[in-house]
Design a protein around this ligand. Structure first.
Ligand SMILES: [Zn+2]
Length: 285
């Protein structure tokens, strides 16, 4: 077995909070315990909301927590790789254009998936005027037919049968020119390019792995192992977020709190009042 590589991949859309700290510490410690490498990747292709100046704050936050990392190129430098992969999937006949809005999909959807209403394939086989703004969706059933059944391994949950069809035909290339690749496409390509061997992230992203495993098979990418860790939840069982009033890491740092002591408390499961570690979000079955 080669060296273990984990990563923390925040988006600079807002400050990091305690949930991010926990995620970064888990990924850092899993690599460190096994003599591996811990990477920091900035996921900065959400064009509208992205605030590049936050990346500097993120590095200050991680250093304050006592973590050491190696930074890899941000997503905004990788757009050509995303487009090349999309082109390859188009050439395989597995992508189709879609112009539906979220509201239209909500209206016609008959099933709910992990991320909300499942797209029912409205635009499959439709024709479009050249130059029309479209998203590109993966024909998931067709794709799974080509690859055959797939499995993947989560360190904590064991072997899983890949069920990308739970998501319906996911968007791989977004309609918005400034945000070309969807999370699914970008993160799968990035983890392969960065040599990540243990994809460490929150349990809320567990269902997304079904899609990522399929993309790896289609694009002949190496298959990592996954580690989906429990989430920090607030009093209502919702994922902890800045908007629910928890101070950001930058707030705590600037107030003079001891970051290493905070990291050790999180490692030991000593959480602030009202916050718990949970395996599932409120509302999940
Ligand atoms: Zn459509």
């Amino acid at each position: 077995m080669g060296v273990i590589v984990t990563r923390f991949a925040p988006s600079p859309n807002g400050p990091l909070h305690l949930g991010h700290a926990y995620s970064a510490i888990v990924a850092h410690d899993l690599a460190k315990e096994r003599g591996g490498r811990f990477l920091l990747r900035i996921e900065d292709i959400d064009g509208v909301r992205s605030r590049p100046e936050l990346a500097r704050e993120f590095r200050a936050d991680l250093a304050w927590l006592g973590l050491e990392w190696r930074q890899v190129p941000a997503q905004s430098t990788r757009l050509a790789a995303y487009e090349a992969a999309a082109q390859r999937l188009r050439a395989m006949g597995l992508l189709y254009p879609c112009r539906c809005t979220r509201a239209e999909i909500r209206e016609v959807a008959t099933a709910d998936g992990p991320d909300g209403p499942v797209y029912p394939g409205t635009c499959r086989g439709a024709s479009f005027a050249p130059g029309e703004a479209v998203a590109w969706r993966l024909n998931v059933v067709e794709a799974l037919g080509r690859t055959g059944p797939l499995t993947w391994i989560d360190e904590r949950m064991g072997e899983q049968v890949a069920r990308p069809e739970l998501h319906g035909d996911v968007v791989l290339v977004r309609k918005e020119a400034e945000t070309p690749a969807s999370y699914h496409l970008a993160v799968t390509l990035d983890d392969a390019a960065d040599g990540v061997t243990l994809v460490t992230r929150g349990k809320d992203l567990f269902p997304a792995t079904h899609v990522h495993r399929l993309l790896q098979a289609l694009l002949a990418l190496p298959v990592p192992t996954w580690h989906h860790h429990p989430l920090l939840l607030d009093e209502t069982g919702k994922k902890l977020a800045k908007r629910r009033g928890s101070p950001s890491l930058a707030d705590r740092r600037q107030a003079g709190e001891d970051g290493r002591a905070l990291a050790d408390a999180l490692r030991a499961g000593r959480l602030p009042a009202g916050i718990t570690l949970g395996e599932s979000l409120s509302g999940d079955s």
